[in-house]
Design a protein around this ligand. Structure first.
Ligand code: GCW
Length: 671
């Protein structure tokens, strides 16, 4: 149930009389989101306050709560008063009047409003409110990297809930539960198969299965999308080519698209990873990435679908070349194509230019596509961030990216306003997060990681929301209202990303985790001497990537003037991105006055110390959390405390051995 547990709360004071006793649901069709809203209300009120409420479909006037769309309201209940203009998927929640009104611009909106109301009640909040809430963006997607054999790439919560043995699964119970969770945080589409896509998703049997999955998601207002393998016409369709401009290829994709939409008339669209990490793409035929994106865009357009085309395109590089830089790849590939993408193409851009690292500057691509729709790509699954074995609340990281001002044309240009489409007046925009839930009962593999999924949904709806406030809602819904529980989990969570950064990759070194195989645990040597381009360029005397225009890779020049100037100059580059932009001696002094190497040593101690407090903080909650969850979380935090020491010593020893510079506090090399 995640945060939708509807755990019992005591009903005190006017509680019972403030709760609705009868509900009018303005749509009697069982598969409609408004109907689902009614069921959810019934279950919620029963679960939280033990109150049984009757549901009717027409008795508008005599019910104490009405849920429906604006149109349904007018039809069944008469004119609506005081509701401001609602945007697509928006809702109006009014608990001030005689009866509670939950009115959506559409059915989805009504369901979202219902979950909002239930979230208040489940947090014991009886404040009288009346307000409208509208989404900041229309793309609020999640991606699952589920393989057809049931494994999940970078998934840490067990096998797929969608696929097994190259087929879609029969029992869709978990799919329905996932739909419920996602709808409650206003996610409106899910791509169910891995971006490293297997063409057999397109067999008739599997498309029938996709249709069944879509049927389960639909009542929750969630559309299904599919990842495509660019070479499918050849490897799966038997054509001699997959050239995106070849007539037979275009016809093949038309047929496939028609077969899909016949089964899933509201399919959200396609997600495409091409010319990336060995995936086939248009470059095989010297076609542009826009040729590829537009091929699919034209196919899904008549059905109202969109194409999410991933910006994650880069080549293997040579570290001996000082100016080679993977961080430059996205702008190099895409900037020149700005304006050439069809209007239902959205470029899906990872938040930073490399790959979900613990610290990256915002991708400069956001500043370079004013005539193209964009969405940001985030990860809920903690691929590089401890893989759910470490507590890392990631929302504060996302917020730093959202709030970065890229100063395009010397005007305020927050990433959040670019990605939502606001800054450049694009109709489409928003976000996609790689979630990778599995069949594990905790969904992601660990209870505390669910704060990231919850926060993702909340911030997809409103990226201006506060990460800590969102977290507190999640804690209350998940673990109850006890003050100490809320304060403790808040503190641990808010400390977690900074701590993880301190012991796994500080000063903008991006990450020191193993990048070659597992993406887990310390391996500072793995960054260099290979073609992946996640280099630290560490040697005996110095470290960091010189990404300046004057002396380095030129990456800083991909940002608009003001931002470029800030990063170009070592004096104005923030310490937490120093080694991202500059190559310096270990003895270089930071703004704090410390040398780089001493900061490394100290930060690894501080980060590990903080991580070691998580267990004791958690243990102070003994008796306040059910034994099962208490022990499950306890085991992870115990492990994290130990692993943070492994991290600390592995990294500190590595740089001590490399630089030969002693630790002023005489810890490193002496333990
Ligand atoms: O982060 C890297 C991962 C790959 C992933 C790729 C991508 C799905 O290591 O596992 O492939 O990024 O985002 O496409």
């Amino acid at each position: 149930d995640g945060w939708l547990r509807y755990a019992p709360l005591p009903c005190s004071g006017h509680c019972h009389s403030s709760l609705p006793s009868s509900i009018a649901v303005l749509n009697a069709t069982e598969t409609s989101p408004v109907y689902v809203a009614g069921t959810e209300l019934q279950n919620g009120l029963k679960g939280v306050y033990g109150k049984h409420v009757k549901v009717s479909h027409t008795k508008c006037k005599s019910s104490s709560l009405v849920v429906g769309t604006l149109d349904q309201y007018r039809e069944h209940c008469g004119p609506v008063h005081g509701v401001p203009e609602l945007e697509e998927d928006g809702f109006w929640l009014n608990t001030k009047g005689k009866n509670v009104q939950i009115i959506g611009q559409n059915e989805k909106g009504a369901l979202y409003g219902t979950f909002e109301y239930l979230s208040m009640l489940a947090q014991g909040n009886f404040t009288k409110v009346s307000y409208a809430s509208n989404p900041a963006a229309n793309i609020r997607w999640v991606n699952q990297w589920d393989n057809m054999d049931g494994s999940i790439e970078r998934g840490f919560g067990g096998p797929s809930i969608f696929f097994e043995k190259n087929r879609t699964v029969e029992d869709l119970t978990r799919v329905r539960e996932y739909a419920r969770l996602l709808a409650s945080v206003r996610i409106n589409a899910v791509v169910i198969n891995n971006v490293n896509a297997n063409p057999i998703i397109l067999t008739p049997e599997n498309l029938d299965g996709v249709a069944q999955i879509a049927d389960v998601f639909r009542p929750y207002g969630i559309q299904v999308g599919l990842s495509l393998n660019f070479a499918s016409p050849q490897t799966f369709g038997g054509l001699s080519t997959f050239d995106p401009l070849d007539a037979s290829v275009i016809e093949w994709w038309s047929k496939i698209t028609a077969q899909i939409y016949e089964r899933v008339p509201d399919m959200a669209g396609y997600l495409v990873k091409a010319d990336s990490e060995g995936q086939p793409g248009p470059q095989t035929y010297n076609r542009t990435l826009a040729d590829a994106a537009n091929l699919f865009a034209k196919e899904v357009k008549p059905y109202g679908g969109i194409v999410m085309y991933r910006a994650f395109v880069y080549n293997q590089l040579d570290e001996n070349v000082w100016t080679d830089d993977r961080a430059k790849a996205a702008v190099d590939f895409f900037k020149k194509l700005d304006g050439e993408f069809d209007d239902n193409v959205v470029i899906q851009i990872k938040y930073g230019p490399i790959d979900f690292q613990v610290r990256e500057p915002a991708s400069p691509l956001f500043a370079n596509l004013p005539k193209t729709s964009m969405a940001i790509e985030l990860q809920v699954t903690q691929e590089y961030l401890g893989q759910q074995s470490h507590l890392v609340y990631v929302a504060p990281l996302w917020k730093e990216i959202f709030d970065t001002d890229l100063r395009v044309d010397h005007k305020p240009s927050l990433v959040r306003d670019i990605m939502t489409g606001k800054r450049f007046n694009r109709k489409l925009g928003g976000s996609a997060a790689v979630v990778n839930v599995g069949t594990n009962t905790t969904w992601l593999g660990s209870h505390l990681s669910m704060s990231n999924l919850y926060a993702y949904g909340r911030l997809a709806w409103n990226p201006a929301d506060d990460a800590e406030e969102v977290l507190k809602d999640w804690i209350r819904l998940t673990f109850g209202l006890d003050r100490k529980v809320v304060d403790t989990i808040t503190r641990m969570s808010m400390e977690s990303w900074p701590a993880y950064e301190q012991y796994s990759g500080n000063l903008g070194i991006q990450t020191l985790t193993d990048i070659l195989y597992t993406h887990y645990g310390p391996n500072p040597a793995s960054q260099d001497n290979n073609g992946w381009g996640q280099w630290t360029r560490a040697d005996h005397t110095s470290i960091g990537m010189d990404r300046t225009v004057s002396n380095g890779t030129g990456y800083s020049g991909q940002y608009p003037e003001e931002v470029a100037a800030m990063y170009e100059n070592i004096e104005t580059t923030p310490d937490n991105l120093l080694l991202w932009f500059h190559h310096v001696n270990y003895t270089h002094r930071l703004k704090s006055g410390k040398t780089v190497i001493q900061h490394f040593y100290d930060a690894h101690y501080t980060g590990a110390e903080t991580a070691q407090t998580f267990l004791t903080q958690w243990e102070s909650l003994h008796g306040k959390i059910d034994t099962e969850r208490f022990n499950h979380v306890r085991r992870f935090l115990d492990y994290q405390g130990g692993h943070s020491i492994v991290w600390r010593d592995a990294i500190n020893d590595f740089y001590y051995n490399l630089s030969g510079i002693p630790d002023e506090a005489k810890r490193v090399g002496h333990h």
